[in-house]
Structure formats: C-alpha cells, structure tokens
Design a protein around this ligand. Structure first.
Ligand SMILES: [Zn+2]
Length: 426
C-alpha cells in the first residue's frame, strides 16, 4: 500500500511541476542537477567529484561497455555484477521475475549475449517510473484501463502499477504466439503495448479475423518503428500509434499529440554528440536525474537521432524527427577511390521499401562486401527490384565493389529486437 502512496505522491508532483511550468524552468532543473550530483558522491566510480568545485562537464562521458565494466563501482547498493547476473539469469530462465536483492529489483535488457545490460532499480525509482508512465503514456483517468503488455520479461515495475483504475496484463513473448490470441481477445484491452515486430504479427492476425481487439491506444516500444510500419498498424487497428523510447538506461522519450517523440527533459539532461557534418544527426548523451541505485551519468547511446525543430505540439522538450537504430548498423563500403563510405540504415530501409510496394518485410545484412538481402513479397520480382534499387543507390556513392545475394529466411526471432539493417562486420 505504501508503494502506491509513493506513486501517487510522484504523480501529483509531476502535475504540480507542469501546472506551475516548473518542468521548463532552467533554475529548477539546475537545483535538481545540484541535488543529483550531491547524491552521486555515494557512487565509488564518481567519488572524485567535488560538489563545490566540479562542473557537470568535467564528468567523463561513458558508454555501455564502460558502464557494465564498472558495474560494481557505479551502483550505490553494493551489488556486484555476479550477484546481479545470477538473479537476472535465474529470472529469465524460470520466468519468475519477483526476485530482488533487498528492495532492489534486477532486470536484464534485451540484446545479443555479450551486449546485454543489467539494470537495478529501488522502490522509490520504481514509483517515480510508474508515475511518469501513468502521466505520459497511460493518461490516467477515472475510466478503468485494461493494459496488455507484451514483454520479453515481466518486471516488478509493471506489476506495481496495478490498481482499481488499471489492470496490467503481461504477455510473455517467449510463449508460442498463437497461445496469446484467445486471452488477448477475452481481455479486450483498451491499451496495447508491444514492440513493433509483435504489433505487426498481431495486425496480421487481425487482418485475417483471428484477432478482434480494438484498443483505443497502441504504444510501440523497444524497437525502431518505421514510418511504413506505423502507417500499416494505424490502418489495421484504426487508431493512432504512440511511441515510447525506453531502454535499459531509462524512460527517455514519448510521443506528443503530433506523433513526434520528445525527450523527457524535465528529468533527463540530454547532450548531443553530432555524427555528421551537417549536424543533423547525433548520439544522445544522457543523464537520468531519477536514477540513484545505478546512476546513469553522461552516458552515450549509439542510437542515431535526427532532431526535429519546432514541433507544432508546443512542447519545449527536444523533439526527435526519427531514430535510425544504432550506429553499429551503419553500412560501410569502399568507394572506387578506396575510401570508406558510411550509409545510414534509414537510407537502406527507404531504398528497399520504395523499390516495390508489394514488399511486406525485408532484412539487409552486411558481411564484408557481401550483402544478404531477404525480401518477403507476394511477387518474386520484388527481390530483383530491391536489388537494382540498392545497386543504383550505392553507385551514387561511387561504390560498386560488392555482391547482393538473396536469403530465404529472416534471422529475426520473436522476442529479440528486430533490426532490419544489420552490419555483421562490427
Ligand atoms: Zn511535439
């Protein structure tokens, strides 16, 4: 019960900040940063900080590999990586996600093995997270919301939000997909939350009348949602698709009334590391002012973000035109002069999808100068059309030294992040 009171407290605090425009106040944010840095000295990794003398920009920028290597030093709960690993792996294998160390829950992020992240959250952080999700994603009202949540792992985070006004229903994506359909129909959720690859599978079932749900809101999480997939889902479900940009590192952004993601700058500090000369694309460097058990400070993500200027919704928070996936998936080719040329995943995606309207699904995998191309279409000709379009596109970069071969299956497995453009060289 005490936990629910905590959620309500943070929920009303968020409302209060908004009513008095404190969420846009630079002074208020500076105060938040000051108290955050003060607490940060509890982390051995940041113990060198002197609250009076150190400036924010003096804190080193880290990435996932540094973050995980220094897990024991960074977290403030005295939990070692081996303890956390043991609990997280047990939860994954047993599909029992209630294990905790004290009041700290341990989660494992999706990703290929070796690239997995472990996250720690205590009770207060869970309450804050739930409050922000209720405020920004669920839009809490007096009508009871039935939420269907497709996840690879349940977590105390989601279960904890259950109340008279909300029922959270976890659908484990490792269970054979068809087993969920009846339960989903019986539930008849008002809100459906899942990654795009799952939403597409559900939309296909709805198209052939194997699923009859009509949620009022659909929230896409965890993977890149392409424009084409968004339009397809909106047509099938006949409702707007909202997005949440959330990863191990925190709840980063959610979409506005205009359909663009905005970073939650009221509790995040976002710095931009530009990755192209035009300064239109950047890697976000994030600091999450809500995290204390495992501080996330000046942490560079390798997602490629294109900034959106002047969103019509009126929000002053930094808006995102698109997220292109990870920098790991930039395709790298040699041009005729032997120089290295980088091609962003979004260019590959657009080239394939625009080459033939009959293409249903696709994957493009780089392995040295061999490109494996998977095309799912109602017509065999689609592969040739996509191949020719790619050859033409690469020739614009003076790149001709490669081979495109057809593959008949897509590597993507349900439950794993779906990436349509993959560079296996990196
Ligand atoms: Zn907006």
């Amino acid at each position: 019960m005490f936990f629910k009171i905590k959620i309500l407290y943070y929920f009303f605090k968020i409302k209060f900040e908004r009513i008095f425009q404190l969420h846009y106040s630079k002074t208020y944010k500076k105060i938040k940063i000051f108290f955050f840095l003060k607490k940060l000295s509890q982390s051995s990794f940041y113990s060198f900080l002197n609250i009076k003398k150190s400036r924010f920009i003096d804190i080193p920028i880290i990435n996932k590999s540094i973050f995980m290597k220094n897990f024991d030093l960074i977290n403030t709960c005295g939990i070692t990586i081996s303890q956390a690993n043991e609990i997280a792996l047990y939860s994954e294998k047993s599909r029992d996600f209630s294990s905790m160390i004290g009041d700290v829950s341990v989660g494992l992020s999706s990703g290929t093995s070796g690239n997995r992240g472990i996250f720690l959250v205590n009770e207060s952080e869970r309450a804050k997270w739930v409050a922000y999700i209720l405020d920004r994603v669920i839009s809490l009202g007096f009508k009871r919301q039935k939420i269907a949540f497709f996840l690879r792992a349940n977590n105390e985070l989601y279960e904890s939000a259950k109340s008279k006004f909300i029922s959270f229903n976890f659908f484990d994506i490792y269970i054979p997909f068809d087993n969920h359909l009846k339960r989903l129909d019986d539930l008849c959720p008002s809100i459906l939350i899942a990654q795009p690859s799952i939403l597409i599978l559900l939309a296909k079932k709805k198209e052939i009348n194997k699923l009859n749900i009509s949620p009022k809101k659909i929230v896409s999480v965890a993977e890149v949602l392409t424009k084409e997939d968004k339009e397809y889902l909106q047509n099938v479900f006949n409702c707007k698709i909202s997005e949440v940009y959330q990863c191990t590192e925190g709840f980063l952004a959610n979409s506005c009334s205009e359909g663009y993601l905005h970073f939650n700058e009221d509790f995040l500090v976002i710095e931009k590391k530009y990755i192209n000369n035009e300064k239109s694309k950047f890697h976000p460097i994030i600091t999450d002012l809500l995290r204390e058990s495992q501080p996330v400070v000046r942490y560079e993500l390798n997602d490629i973000i294109t900034e959106k200027k002047n969103c019509k919704c009126g929000s002053k928070f930094l808006a995102i035109e698109k997220i292109e996936g990870r920098s790991d998936d930039i395709v790298i080719l040699l041009n005729s002069k032997g120089e290295s040329v980088s091609i962003f995943p979004d260019i590959i995606r657009r080239t394939i999808i625009l080459s033939d309207s009959r293409i249903i699904d696709y994957a493009f995998i780089q392995n040295d100068n061999i490109f494996k191309l998977y095309i799912e279409s109602s017509c065999d000709e689609s592969f040739i059309k996509a191949k020719n379009a790619l050859v033409k596109r690469f020739s614009e970069y003076n790149c001709n030294n490669f081979e495109i071969v057809q593959i008949s299956t897509n590597k993507h497995k349900i439950g794993y992040k779906k990436r349509r453009v993959i560079n296996e060289n990196i």
